[in-house]
Structures are given as C-alpha cells and as structure tokens.
Design a protein around this ligand. Structure first.
Ligand SMILES: *[C@@H]1O[C@H](CO)[C@@H](O)[C@H](O)[C@H]1NC(C)=O
Ligand SMILES: *[C@@H]1O[C@H](CO)[C@@H](O)[C@H](O)[C@H]1NC(C)=O
Length: 197
C-alpha cells in the first residue's frame, strides 16, 4: 500500500516536473529574441480609447513663386490624358484653422498625391498630417486613400499616427472650399475623426 502511494507520488512529481519544464520551454519559445507579447498596460494603454474630431483647412497652392505642391513625375502620355493620368505631385500644404491662408497654422500636409484614374479625376493620396499646434505639436496622422476631387465630400482612411496619435485609426472627410480652375489653387475643408489613446 505504502509502495503504491510512493509510486503514485513519484509519478505525480515527475509529471509536475515535466509540466514545469514544458511551460518554461513555451515561455522561451514566445520570446524568440526579436518579438514578444506585451500587456497593453506596459505601453500605458490601459486607458480607454478616445474619439477625436479635428477640423482644418488644407491649402494646395500650385501657382506663383511659392507653390506648396509641385509636379515631380509624369508619364509620356500624361499630357494627353484628360485626367492627367500618371502625374505625381509632392505637397507640403499648410493646414489652418480657418479658410484664410493667413489664419492660424495648425500643421502641414506632407506627402504625395497622384492621378490614379483614366476615366475620372481620382487621386491616390499618401499624406502625413504633421501637427504643430498645442498638445498635438509633433504628433502626426497618416492618410492613405482615394480622392475623387469633384465629389462634394470625399472620404479617406486614416491608417495610423504617431505621438499622441499612436494606434490611431479613422477617416477624413474632405470638402472643397474654394478652387481656382485656372491656377489649380484649392482650399479644402477637412473633418477628421480618429480613435486613439
Ligand atoms: C506631351 O509631352 C511630350 C514630351 O514629354 C511632347 O513631345 C508632346 O508634344 C506633348 N503633347 C502635348 C499634347 O502637349
Ligand atoms: C512645436 O514644437 C517645436 C519643436 O519642439 C517648437 O520649436 C515649436 O515652437 C512648437 N510650436 C508650437 C506652436 O508650440
């Protein structure tokens, strides 16, 4: 009887021992030297996500001596395309609180827009909104979307952010405020909705 019990105990011990090493192996397998699993609290993410609304005006100036957007590439057929298909523009467009160019600057829209459709004017937008005002100074939001510039409201995804906008996701709605068809200069109203911590 005692012999059976000691056998059972030693078996149990062996089982526990193996289980212990198996867990250790698992724990080490999780940390493979370049990735590991963190608890969100470690990054200060225990708080609930906030939903922020940002409102500003985007100034895309093509004319004059100080354009804010310039063509950087095009194809041989771009000048024969009704939609300027293939033209790639680099922009560093001011973002202001009001439609007036001299109203308070809150940031810059820095990035590329390119004519990506042949049958209608639809731009591929790849832009970072680099904010410079108040608590958002130094933080940014990244936009990647399709901009059919002649639609009343265009919606484009916000795919991420930095600084106060880490883990951001949401969308931007762009609405043309004014456009000069001769020069191409435009002021666009943006409403941006983002979840972030
Ligand atoms: C388009 O550009 C090419 C050179 O890139 C030029 O040879 C051609 O004349 C231009 N066509 C038009 C319609 O302007
Ligand atoms: C934003 O931050 C930069 C760099 O830290 C600083 O030079 C600038 O004065 C700040 N702008 C505002 C409006 O606070």
């Amino acid at each position: 009887m005692a012999k059976t019990l000691s056998k059972l105990l030693s078996f149990t011990f062996l089982f526990m021992f193996n289980l212990f090493f198996f867990s250790i192996t698992l724990a080490f397998a999780k940390s493979d030297g370049f990735s590991n699993i963190l608890s969100p609290a470690k990054l200060g993410l225990q708080k609930e996500e906030k939903l922020s609304h940002l409102h500003f005006y985007f100034h895309d100036i093509l004319s004059g001596r100080n354009p804010t957007a310039i063509p950087v590439a095009s194809a041989a057929m771009t000048n024969q395309s009704q939609t300027g298909f293939g033209v790639v523009m680099m922009a560093d467009d001011p973002l202001t609180v009001a439609p007036e160019r001299n109203s308070k600057l809150v940031g810059k829209a820095q990035g590329i827009y390119a004519s990506a459709a042949q049958d209608e004017l639809a731009l591929l937008m790849v832009m970072n909104f680099a904010f410079m005002e108040g608590k958002y100074n130094g933080s940014s939001l990244s936009l990647l979307g399709r901009n059919t510039v002649f639609s009343t409201v265009r919606e484009m995804p916000i795919v991420g952010g930095s600084g106060l906008f880490r883990f951001a996701r949401g969308y931007a709605q762009a609405k043309t405020h004014t456009i000069d068809f001769k020069s191409g200069d435009a002021v666009v109203e943006y409403n941006v909705y983002v979840f972030h911590y």
